[in-house]
Design a protein around this ligand. Structure first.
Ligand code: CP
Length: 303
């Protein structure tokens, strides 16, 4: 593989192997690295979970982390993403974990063939978020032991969601039925091959997994006419609405949560919420992703 930028690049076998390895890490497997590997995390969009989780994964694997802060870097002087990576590559970075607002920012970097470092996509605009998808898959597999036949309902700002896109891509491939709900104007027809759009209140009692999404004001949903209370009443997972969930169904949310908007505050850590578990699993899937790229690139003494 060499880079990990899209769930579309991963076969069902490759996904299964990454999840198996993540489970091994979760149950105490140690790092197999015998030679130094240098990682750099470039977050051009804000992040709490993904950034710290990748850094924790790198530290647990024993990688050396080069500091990089876009606001104090030469990006502020106009240096391009390509030239930034050319620089880090020349200095000796082996792995670059990148979050960027531009969809598919990674394509010219990979196509250029002048970079030796491996790229892991930590989120590109409204494109993809493969590490989030893998941690969601790990959490679902831990809960149900399978994907085939599960009904996964994704509700909210679908159009701007890289989480929805990556998950729909992966879950469909793994045999789950993907359903979408939320304001119709926020549904994206390009996703209709990956799942069915339907009525939120009708679909809710049929779902095994209810995945709520944040409204992404930073990607174009106007704040001016947005009424959080009206949204919560119509499309939020409220305490009242959650009573209609199927027995054994779970609530998921990639975070950050707008409490009281898409998800009632009382449900964030409810017994059937897996929000905290998702974040815990994130560290282990990211360890598995980094190890996979290092294996593919013969880094760190791995074979
Ligand atoms: N889920 C997620 O990507 O969260 P952060 O933006 O905090 O990294």
């Amino acid at each position: 593989l060499g880079n990990l930028v899209s769930m579309a690049d991963l076969s069902t076998n490759a996904i299964g192997n990454l999840l198996d390895r993540a489970e091994e890490f979760k149950h105490g497997a140690g790092s197999r690295f015998t030679q130094p590997v240098y990682a750099v995390n470039l977050f051009f969009e804000n992040s709490t979970r993904t950034h710290t989780s990748f850094e924790m994964a790198e530290r647990k694997l024993g990688l050396n982390i080069l500091p990089f802060d876009p606001s104090t870097s030469s990006v502020t002087k106009g240096e391009t993403l390509h030239d930034t990576l050319l620089t880090l590559d020349a200095i000796g970075a082996n792995i670059a974990v990148i979050r960027h607002k531009q969809n598919r920012y990674y394509e010219p970097l990979i196509a250029g063939c002048d970079l030796n470092l491996g790229i892991i996509n930590a989120g590109d605009g409204s494109g993809e978020h493969p590490s989030q998808s893998l941690l969601d898959l790990m959490t679902i597999r831990e809960e149900f032991g399978r994907f085939t036949g599960l009904r996964i309902l994704i509700c909210g700002d679908i159009r701007h969601s890289r989480v929805a896109r990556s998950n729909a891509e992966a879950l469909g491939k793994l045999g789950a039925k993907v359903l979408f709900a939320g304001p119709q104007e926020w549904f994206d027809d390009s996703l209709s091959d990956l799942g069915e759009y339907g009525d939120w209140d009708e679909l809710l009692p049929t779902a095994d997994v209810v995945m709520m999404l944040r409204i992404q004001h930073e990607r174009g949903v106007s704040n001016d006419h947005f009424d959080p209370e009206a949204y919560a009443a119509k499309y939020g997972l409220t305490v009242q609405r959650a009573l209609h969930m199927k027995q054994g169904a779970i609530i998921m949310h990639p975070g950050p949560i707008n409490r009281g908007v898409e998800l009632a505050s009382e449900l964030v850590q409810a017994p059937n919420s897996r929000f905290v578990k998702q974040m815990q699993n994130g560290v282990y899937v990211r360890m598995a992703m980094i190890e996979r790229i290092c294996l593919d690139r013969h880094l760190g003494g791995l074979s």
